[in-house]
Design a protein. Structure first.
Length: 241
């Protein structure tokens, strides 16, 4: 990694500023995770270790529930892998913007990638005229989420035995509301709207009909294929004109 330039520092500050609203939205999730983890039997150290090393909200919630049920570690690993498989698609969509940075940088920012930092970063890169995106922006975006998530997890863990049911605050609704807030600004054309609609229908139907977390993967796969098909058709129409 080279010594940061003034532009690198500007991109870092910009990453923090643009991610701040999303980072604040992570607070209730981190609090809820900390509370639920303690109530499931994890220690404060174990709760924090998971937040600092795993750093994946949905997977951490699911892991805590599985651990509390007495299931083995292989099930935790397999379930976490399934839920986070969407990061493969997210990483692929970011790769053109970070293709010229070192592999060391790529690994570093990949760890910090969350749903919130991803949508903030990819939107910023698309709005920037330069072909390559600044890794400092993504580092700041993911780092902001990381700090807030860790702090909220700690507060939740410390208050774990004082709160009987954190979900009664409506935190379970806050998560889909936050994701809708991230999604809606990206629907800028009928093509994107069609992709969202297909993914939503498939995801909802899979959630109702198929046990487990397969609805996440099926929604991602069908949405991706729909986007590829529509993009290919649009290119063919443009070529024939």
């Amino acid at each position: 990694m080279h010594k940061p330039t003034e532009d690198d520092r500007h991109q870092f500050r910009l990453g923090v500023v643009k991610t701040l609203p999303m980072a604040l939205g992570v607070l209730p999730f981190g609090l809820a995770y900390g509370v639920i983890a303690i109530q499931a039997g994890l220690t404060i150290a174990e709760t924090m270790l998971m937040s600092l090393i795993v750093f994946a909200g949905a997977s951490q919630f699911m892991a805590v529930v599985i651990i509390a049920s007495g299931a083995g570690i292989p099930l935790v690993v397999a379930s976490t892998f399934l839920v986070n498989l969407r990061h493969l698609v997210m990483g692929l969509s970011l790769s053109p913007y970070l293709s010229k940075v070192t592999s060391r940088w790529q690994r570093f920012v990949a760890f910090s990638m969350t749903d919130e930092s991803y949508i903030t970063t990819v939107t910023h890169y698309r709005e920037t005229p330069e072909e390559q995106g600044s890794p400092y922006f993504m580092l700041a975006s993911g780092g902001s989420i990381y700090v807030v998530w860790a702090a909220a997890s700690l507060v939740g863990a410390l208050a774990g035995h004082l709160i009987s049911d954190p979900l009664k605050w409506g935190i379970d609704f806050a998560m889909p509301a936050a994701f809708l807030t991230m999604l809606l600004p990206q629907v800028v054309s009928r093509r994107v709207a069609a992709v969202v609609a297909v993914a939503a229908v498939v995801g909802t139907a899979s959630y109702v009909l198929i046990p487990g977390k397969w609805y996440i993967i099926l929604a991602v796969v069908t949405g991706t294929f729909t986007g590829v098909i529509l993009e290919t058709l649009a290119q063919k129409r443009a070529a024939s004109c």
